[in-house]
Design a binder for this molecule. Structure first.
Ligand SMILES: Nc1ncnc2c1ncn2[C@@H]1O[C@H](COP(=O)(O)OP(=O)(O)O)[C@@H](O)[C@H]1O
Ligand SMILES: [Mg+2]
Length: 453
């Protein structure tokens, strides 16, 4: 269902229901008040009759005269005994002969219809001759009143129908006007969608806050999509570029080996070394790229463990010291410090930073571990070349390297820190970096400590 139809339907329905309720209430109260005042008058008349009957000591003739005196301009008065028989009945119209009701020992008042006429009736028990109790029943014709009820009824019905119509039309105009900008916006957005570009929609001239918010959200989404696409494009371009160099090297060396390998054995060793080195680089690049895609697809399930970081860092440093013959010092108390994250990924994170420190410095690498207020702070410092300030916010981007030529010699691809950032995000590790060109770099990692009770 269209929003417009829905709004129109609900508001019209609500207003019609309210109108009906109000009108029914008005009609009922009016009718009740009119009948009540009529009943009140007849009750007074009945009281007067009773008083006069008492005075007359119930002389047969007197009774009838009293009742005749009190007869209304249009109606009937009757005395009905216990057996529902009429002792006396006086009326202004012959048709009213059957206008009596059954005997009751309580006072009764009613609004009744009789042969197409409407009456208000009061019946009161009265003491009659020989101490017999009878009913004094007074009927008054209220056709005029009934007519006014009918007129009121039709006026109310008519006004309800009229108002409904007016409200429906007004509603149509208002919803049309309110929804017009939404339709305009939908048209604009779907046009952009058709062109397959990432364009922004302009804000409407006569807009509302909600529509402006919608426009902003749409524009932000467009921007994000276009950035995403740009990133993907540059990732593919960068990856192909990174692969191109080792492939070209391997290709030319294998061609050379094919031609001269057999005649010149000294070329064989060199060629095989280069091919081995380049294929190793390609393998590591492919591994890193696969890891990045799996991060993006959120496929990797995190296996959470509780482990001692101090111990893990000490073991890792020992291993790397032996493998790369570099001095790595771990400072900090020997006490165990536990964290609760994915151990494998954390080791990879530390390795990326230590690996960089080893690649971009020649002196000792220092790892500091402290814990403050349930947070573990790990600092990895090197006394290397440092990172220029303008590059500090870019080094976490994919394939970004400060010095492309130099890092290629080191075997770097520019993906390490990007992977580190992803791991850190996944494991709630906070990374900050401080570096001075020519002096060195310090990476600070903050991890929540797991307190074992
Ligand atoms: N400790 C460091 N000292 C100096 N430069 C660094 C250090 N760590 C990272 N960098 C710079 O940041 C770039 C990106 O690092 P990274 O993503 O690990 O890529 P890679 O090490 O493969 O080149 C590096 O190329 C290097 O220029
Ligand atoms: Mg690196």
């Amino acid at each position: 269902m269209k929003l417009r139809t829905k709004i129109q339907m609900y508001t019209t329905m609500m207003i019609v229901i309210t109108l009906i309720i109000v009108n029914v209430f008005v009609y009922m109260t009016f009718k009740k008040n009119a009948i009540d005042s009529e009943v009140h008058q007849i009750e007074n008349r009945a009281v007067n009759i009773i008083k006069e009957l008492e005075k007359s000591q119930h002389h047969r003739g007197d009774n009838e005269r009293i009742i005749v005196n009190h007869l209304l301009s249009d109606g009937s008065i009757a005395i009905v005994d216990r057996d529902n028989k009429r002792k006396i009945q006086i009326m202004t119209n012959k048709n009213y002969e059957s206008l009596v009701s059954d005997y009751s020992n309580k006072q009764v008042d009613r609004y009744v219809e009789h042969k197409g006429h409407y009456f208000v009736m009061v019946s009161v028990p009265v003491l009659w001759e020989n101490d017999e109790t009878v009913n004094l029943q007074i009927y008054e014709n209220v056709d005029m009143k009934h007519e006014s009820f009918e007129t009121l009824k039709w006026i109310l019905i008519g006004s309800t129908v009229m108002l409904t119509l007016i409200i429906f039309i007004l509603n149509m105009i208002i919803t049309h006007n309110i929804l017009k900008p939404i339709h305009l916006l939908i048209d604009k957005m779907s046009n952009i969608n058709k062109t397959k570009g990432y364009r922004k929609v302009e804000k409407l001239e006569r807009s509302t806050k909600e529509l402006d918010d919608l426009t902003d959200t749409f524009n932000l989404m467009m921007q994000r999509l276009s950035e995403q696409e740009e990133k993907e494009q540059s990732f593919i371009a960068n990856a192909s570029h990174e692969l191109k160099t080792p492939i070209t090297v391997i290709h030319s060396y294998s061609k050379m080996l094919k031609r001269f390998g057999k005649q010149k054995p000294e070329l064989l060793d060199e060629g095989l070394d280069v091919i081995h080195e380049e294929s190793k680089r390609m393998k590591s690049l492919a591994d890193q790229m696969l890891q990045i895609t799996s991060f993006q697809q959120k496929k990797q399930q995190s296996e959470i463990e509780i482990f001692d970081v101090t111990q893990v860092l000490r073991q890792l440093s020992k291993k790397l010291t032996l493998a790369y013959e570099r001095k790595i010092v771990v400072n900090g108390k020997e006490t165990s410090k536990y964290i609760k994250t994915n151990k494998e990924q954390l080791i990879q994170l530390f390795t990326i930073f230590i690996d960089n420190a080893m690649k971009y410095s020649d002196e000792v690498i220092v790892i500091q571990i402290h814990s403050v207020n349930r947070a573990i702070k790990i600092q990895i410092s090197d006394k290397g070349e440092g990172i220029p300030e303008e590059s500090l916010n870019k080094i976490f981007d994919r394939f970004y390297r400060v010095d492309k030529a130099r890092t290629r010699q080191n075997g770097g691809s520019g993906l390490g820190l990007y992977i580190a950032k992803e791991i850190a995000q996944k494991n709630q590790v906070d990374i900050s970096m401080a570096s001075t060109v020519g002096e060195g770099t310090t990476i600070t990692l903050n991890i929540k400590e797991h307190v074992i009770e």
